[in-house]
Design a protein around this ligand. Structure first.
Ligand code: BES
Ligand code: ZN
Ligand code: ZN
Length: 504
């Protein structure tokens, strides 16, 4: 999508659709909206007086060939209550405009920011909304409508004094949202079209294009490094595992500076293995690689935005299948760290591959770790598909992550990791078992398991099982993989290691 800043007076903006927004009970119509109203001969004031234009969140009013404007259409969206309004709402408004106008074959729109939305952050949120909403997954449809995408969009409202904000926000928003879409594209791929080897190839191609260092460990190297937990998951499949390592190194890196490690679960399909899953909904388990995709997507943006800290993405990838060579409940595996694991349930495979991912990240010199994984059904029970579950071993680091989530407009919620939960993964014959021994706290015992491999390295675990996939389309978003985590991780990386803001 072509993106530009349009600095013309608003009545002169020639476009297929000019988009603006009004707050709930905004009376009288103020600021730039009043200018629009005046230019169009009071059309908006009349609509408001008739009760049709109320400003309720996502209310949509479309005028054709509005008098006095050069635009062919004027779309006014409801922005909801002013007190509840912020950049997440702005992002959603821009996105909703794209999806509703795209459905009407509009190919170019201009999004007019209100008078209080002239910061770089606001421009960034708008551009993100535009790009994220323009994403659809019709790759495998042969009856694709010709060009269902919006070809171009402009942002308007910035004058000479604030123009730099628009340019900055546009550039940042573009790379962030395109990287999130990159992660979504991977998440939507069926497992026969995205095996661990293919994921590694796509990650490596992205890294090469972005100028990032990349190393793909194949099954031989994985064996050499004694990654017994990753091997145990992959052994039931004809598809060999991969460990994808992508490194961003800033210029002038100081010795001893903190290194951020991003470890992502990439099970390209999770049948459950011998502890096989029921047939219902199993097809969705192609998205069990979204943690890995989020890390790869974040690295894509990091290569352009260039934070001052070193960042390494470590993505263990395998297919979890039953079969003659598959691991069986009760098997004991030795992980790369040397710790032994009794595999009670082969469907709790994500934590196994992450155990070796975490151990390898530490070996590579990461001083701070974040993992993202579609790890448990239990997190869906706890938080539904609204919030990402956050578990952290270091309060300052976790607070930083939560602040980044807020800034990026991704909902995340902290959950506990008390020592008492450790009891629940005690094994009779190994150092630990891979599932909790009672029914409760499934997301917590999974996190406790991962914690065993982090040692004293500050670490955060993001359980994205509920949030990485959206079952239904929303007015602002297509259904399918969401790319959750990408924006937060980018925000954190950009702030990490600057002015002592990294934990410890
Ligand atoms: N990939 C699943 C978790 C999952 C569930 C992701 C629903 C997305 C939606 C994971 O590997 C798994 O199967 N976890 C088990 C663990 C259990 C056996 C302790 C689960 O949550 O049921
Ligand atoms: Zn599983
Ligand atoms: Zn899984």
């Amino acid at each position: 999508m072509e993106l530009t800043v349009d600095a013309r007076p608003l009545a002169e903006i020639e476009t297929e659709a000019l988009v603006c927004y009004v707050f709930d009970q905004e009376k009288p119509i103020e600021g730039i909206l009043a200018q629009l109203d005046a230019a169009s001969g009071g059309a908006l004031a009349k609509l408001a007086a008739s009760g049709e234009l109320t400003g309720k969140m996502l209310e949509s009013t479309l005028l054709y060939y509005p008098q006095g404007l050069a635009a062919q259409r004027l779309l006014i969206l409801g922005a909801g209550k002013k007190e509840k309004y912020g950049t997440p709402e702005l992002r959603k408004l821009a996105a909703t405009a794209v999806r509703s106008l795209k459905a009407r074959q509009v190919k170019k729109l201009t999004f007019l920011a209100r008078e209080n939305d002239r910061s770089a952050d606001a421009a960034e949120a708008i551009v993100e909304g535009l790009i994220l909403a323009n994403f659809d997954s019709d790759k495998y449809k042969t009856d694709k409508k010709p060009a269902t995408e919006l070809a171009a969009a402009s942002i308007a409202g910035w004058d000479e004094s604030s123009r730099a904000n628009a340019d900055l926000g546009l550039a940042r928003g573009r790379v962030i949202a395109e990287s999130q879409n990159f992660a979504r594209e991977l998440g939507n791929e069926p497992s026969n079209r995205l095996t661990p080897r293919m994921l590694a190839e796509r990650a490596a191609a992205m890294a090469r294009e972005a100028g990032l260092a990349v190393e793909i460990l194949d099954e031989k190297k994985i064996e050499e490094l004694k990654m017994g937990a990753l091997i145990s998951v992959a052994q039931g499949s004809a598809e060999p595992p991969r460990m994808i390592v992508i490194t961003y190194t800033p210029e002038n890196l100081k010795p001893g500076a903190p290194v951020l490690g991003l470890v992502g679960k990439a099970i390209t399909f999770d049948t459950g293995g011998i502890s096989i899953k029921p047939a219902n909904d199993m097809e969705k388990m192609k998205y069990d690689m979204c943690g890995g995709a989020a890390m790869i997507g974040a690295m894509r943006a990091i290569s352009t935005l260039k934070p001052s800290c070193k960042v390494i993405a470590i993505v263990p990838s395998a297919e979890n299948m039953p079969g003659g060579r598959a691991q069986k409940p009760g098997d004991v595996q030795i992980s790369m760290s040397g710790k032994s694991i009794e595999v009670i349930n082969t469907d709790a495979e994500g934590r196994l591959i992450l155990a070796d991912g975490i151990a390898y990240a530490k070996q590579l010199g990461c001083t701070h770790l974040i993992d993202a994984a579609t790890l448990t059904g239990a997190i869906v029970i706890a938080l539904a598909s609204i919030n990402v579950g956050v578990f952290g071993s270091d309060q300052a680091f976790t607070d930083q992550l939560l602040a980044s989530a807020k800034a990026a407009g991704e909902k995340m919620w902290p959950l506990p990791l008390d020592d008492e939960y450790r009891e629940m993964i005690k094994s009779g014959i190994a150092d630990m078992q891979n599932v909790g021994n009672s029914r409760g706290g499934g997301a917590i015992t999974a996190a406790m398991f991962l914690k065993e491999f982090t040692g004293d390295t500050p670490w955060i675990h993001l359980d994205i099982a509920g949030t990485a996939w959206q079952d239904d389309a929303k007015p602002w978003n297509a259904k399918g993989a969401t790319g959750v985590g990408v924006r937060t991780l980018i925000d954190l990386a950009m702030k990490f290691g600057t002015n002592g803001s990294s934990a410890k």
